[in-house]
Design a protein around this ligand. Structure first.
Ligand code: C2E
Ligand code: MG
Ligand code: MG
Ligand code: MG
Length: 282
């Protein structure tokens, strides 16, 4: 990606640049290899209904198990994969893997998958999603695609058309990290999202700042008017969950309700909740 970039003429800066570039290339090569070997994994984080804590879904989150660096978090490799285009095949794998896994959950919870803007620009996203659903046998309504506001800033018309095609498949679209981008209200008006995920930034200090609870209440009200399910991200304490429930927020995701966990653990949790629901009906 750095080809064609003129080398800086500043003396003493050059070696550090070369060093950084070499390190980056090494990571890139490593990542490329890991993607080809399908060595990346998805962890799954529970999403619960606040009213009764029922498990309603899981968000799939990428992890890179690296022989030397341990379990590498997405922040350390997704930006790189976005810059060099690897995110397109990687993102397609994520969609396939998440659908295949969710199809095995006894409790039939939903699965949410994060999408990068590049997946809208390159490759046939609608076909990728349709194909993943067909191969896995997962019902379309159990798949939720999470996008961020940054996506709608680039080419709103084309993106909105693509989102409509995706909705046409029967999947739902969630607006992730809501409130952190700009002109979010215009985006809500342009496109009917199924879900709004309130960014963690508004939740962290919710219990000690009335301004934050006013903001959260406003987003919840907006969601109700626009017929969108509102989910709070980053719920870590009972106090936060209590405030959110009192304000009418429907769902929560965060450490209070469960950390992202390996696929086998998510499968077990899905089965446990399913058995419990069956018992309470009987
Ligand atoms: P996100 O989609 O907003 O995901 C939520 C992030 O918040 C996750 O970080 C999750 O582990 C973290 N989180 C959840 N609950 C709590 C909590 O109670 N407290 C705190 N402090 N953090 C919490 P993670 O897994 O590191 O992922 C970071 C970001 O990487 C995601 O943010 C998403 O934007 C991106 N990402 C992850 N997987 C994928 C993927 O498959 N494709 C793409 N394009 N992006 C991905
Ligand atoms: Mg997300
Ligand atoms: Mg988020
Ligand atoms: Mg995020």
């Amino acid at each position: 990606a750095a080809r064609g970039v003129p080398k800086p003429a500043i003396r003493g800066f050059q070696p550090a640049m070369d060093e950084a570039l070499r390190a980056r290339r090494a990571i890139e090569a490593d990542l490329q290899q890991a993607i080809e070997a399908e060595a990346l994994v998805l962890h799954y984080q529970p999403q619960r209904r606040l009213r009764d804590r029922r498990l309603v879904g899981f968000e799939a989150l990428l992890r890179w198990p690296h022989p030397l660096r341990g379990l590498v978090p997405p922040i350390e490799f997704i930006p790189l994969a976005e810059q060099n285009g690897m995110i397109v095949p990687l993102g397609a794998w994520v969609i396939r893997a998440a659908c295949a896994e969710a199809a095995r959950w006894p409790g039939e919870q939903r699965v949410a998958v994060n999408l990068s803007p590049a997946q809208f620009r390159h490759g046939d996203l609608v076909h990728t999603v349709a194909d993943a659903l067909a191969r896995s046998g997962l019902s379309a309504h159990r798949l939720e695609l999470e996008i961020t506001e940054s996506l709608l800033q680039e080419d709103p018309e084309d993106v909105v058309a693509l989102l409509r095609d995706l909705r046409g498949l029967g999947v739902s679209i969630a607006m992730d990290d809501f409130g952190t981008g700009w002109s979010s209200l215009a985006h809500l008006w342009r496109f009917p999202f199924g879900k709004l995920k309130i960014d963690r930034a508004f939740i962290t200090d919710l219990a000690c700042d009335p301004k934050l609870s006013a903001i959260v209440a406003t987003i919840v009200g907006l969601g109700r008017i626009l017929d969108m399910t509102v989910v709070a991200e980053g719920v870590e304490t009972e106090e936060q969950a209590r405030i959110l429930a009192a304000e009418g927020c429907e769902q929560g995701q965060g450490w209070l309700f469960g950390r992202p966990m390996p696929a086998e653990a998510a499968r077990r949790l899905s089965a446990e909740e399913w058995a419990e629901a069956a018992r309470s009906v009987a």
